[in-house]
Ligand binder design. Structure first.
Ligand code: AMP
Ligand code: MN
Ligand code: MN
Ligand code: MN
Length: 284
């Protein structure tokens, strides 16, 4: 059998901030030739049974997945978990706690937007929410596009939803130690998502990778829709330097918004160990 190359191990559905159902994401991944798939909704595993069943009916391999929001030295970082037992009680409770502050945060975001003349943003964002426990900045972005305040969601983030902007509310998520612990405690693998996105200094990034490894983290995303082509090489080197396995995922959210389509990124660079090697026994 040929080794797996077209793995897409990072994407979102209506269970978090994607616009397609788990079944629709599965069908789209399969149509694009994905051999091994994982649905990694933010802070939520409520879509896993549906995703696994849909993968099976499309003939794709499946790994359970999630993308956990954490706070590391005051900044938000995302940790992807793959191949865990989705019935693990500690993981379920930890994710529920992590989701817990989102609703109050969203109301505060709405208050911030009201101060610059954008009324009813909480109610407006809620119309786009597929999972009431998972209201995110993305849903606000869709509301601001729909109401004509901005042309696209990127413009919304730039003008309203990033640090220092009127709709931004600082938030403390899970800890690195807890997120890695929940994933590995449930038999899965913890992976640093899209490291180039965080804009850390070299020392900060070194601290993240060092502490991540110390807590039992095993992988890093190298080829992701959030990285540029030069960043694939940079993080391929980082993976080798830290002895981490490498992952590949589009971070697809929506046919209208995502610049990266499911299953279409370049394959992993050579001389890396794919995360799906160690996860082979966990593939459904
Ligand atoms: P939240 O977890 O509520 O803070 O929302 C984070 C989500 O917002 C990310 O997972 C992305 O889907 C989206 N996002 C973050 N930054 C941007 C950006 N600059 N442009 C478009 N979407 C973004
Ligand atoms: Mn997202
Ligand atoms: Mn992310
Ligand atoms: Mn993501």
């Amino acid at each position: 059998m040929n080794p797996i190359q077209n793995a897409d191990l990072h994407c979102h559905s209506t269970v978090s901030d994607g616009t397609l159902s788990p079944e629709e994401v599965a069908a789209r991944a399969s149509a694009n030739g994905v051999e091994l798939w994982s649905l990694t909704d933010h802070d939520e595993i409520g879509g896993q049974a549906r995703a696994a069943a849909a993968a099976k009916s499309c003939g794709m391999g499946y790994l359970t997945g999630t993308e956990i929001s954490i706070t590391f030295i005051g900044k938000t970082v995302h940790i992807v978990g793959l191949g865990f037992d989705a019935n693990n009680a500690d993981l379920i409770a930890g994710l529920r706690r992590t989701r817990g502050g989102r609703d109050v945060r969203a109301m505060e975001m709405s208050d911030g937007l009201a101060k610059v003349g954008i009324k009813g943003a909480y109610e407006g964002a809620l119309k786009f929410v597929g999972n009431p426990e998972l209201i995110s900045r993305t849903h606000f972005a869709r509301f601001l596009v729909e109401s004509g305040v901005c042309r696209d969601t990127n413009e919304v983030f730039r003008r309203f939803l990033t640090e220092g902007k009127p709709g931004f509310v600082p938030h403390t998520w899970a800890t690195l130690k807890d997120a890695v612990g929940w994933i590995t405690g449930a038999g899965g693998m913890a992976i640093i998502a899209h490291p180039a996105r965080y804009r850390f200094t070299p020392n900060e990034e070194y601290a993240l990778f060092t502490e991540f490894k110390a807590h039992g983290g095993k992988g890093v995303e190298v080829v992701t829709g959030s990285h540029s082509v030069p960043e694939y090489s940079i993080y391929a080197d980082t993976a080798r330097e830290f002895g981490l396995a490498a992952s590949r995922g589009s971070d697809f959210h929506s046919p209208d918004e995502s610049h990266t389509e499911l299953g279409t990124l370049p394959f992993l660079p050579a001389n890396l160990t794919p995360v799906w090697e160690a996860l082979a026994p966990r593939i459904q």
